[in-house]
Design a protein around this ligand. Sequence first.
Ligand code: FMN
Length: 190
Amino acid sequence: MDIFEAIKTRRSIGKVKDQMISKELIEKIIEAGTWAPNRYLTEPWRFFVISGEGRNKLSKVMENIVLDSGIDLESKEGKAKLDKEKNKPFRAPVIIAVAAEVSDNKKVLKIEELGAVYAAIQNMLLTAFGLGIASYWKTGNACYDPKMKEFFNLKENDEVLAFIYLGYSDFEKNPPHKKPITELVKWIDK
Ligand SMILES: Cc1cc2nc3c(=O)[nH]c(=O)nc-3n(C[C@H](O)[C@H](O)[C@H](O)COP(=O)(O)O)c2cc1C
């Protein structure tokens, strides 16, 4: 597929089947992530592949994060919120959590480590799309909670930047509205 066409037609798709994705394809998606640009070649990306029974562990972390947020478990809204969070990991057969392990080298800027990992994530979404696999980049409050870092054994300065939900899907989605680039670009040529 032409790269520009892939960039334009990739969509975030949440409605996926239970059908498992092969390890080979999951590894290809991850390898694509590792080819992103990264300053000082720090390779700050780390990947956690969560599937099958492993999703129960992620569900438990998500549950604990909501429980500690002080929600009212007696209320209908509180119960619904807890259920929603607990069930998130079961929305797809495979979730790849993508984190930035920030270099402790003094010349390395954290913003650039995160930038490299964000670029890796986009590589992964596009590669999944090219392989006929639907993806959805999700974060939510749980992504940035210290308990999530703990679960993945990350350091305080590291960051979890994405949960990429992956699965096969027949679902099609209309593209979102895009501003014309004339509204976004200033040419500085004089
Ligand atoms: C940093 C980041 C975090 C995101 N987190 C969520 C999320 O928590 N929930 C969600 O529904 N979509 C999330 N998205 C996906 C966007 O909603 C999605 O990309 C947007 O609606 C455009 O749709 P498209 O990807 O099909 O073009 C996130 C995207 C980015 C870049």
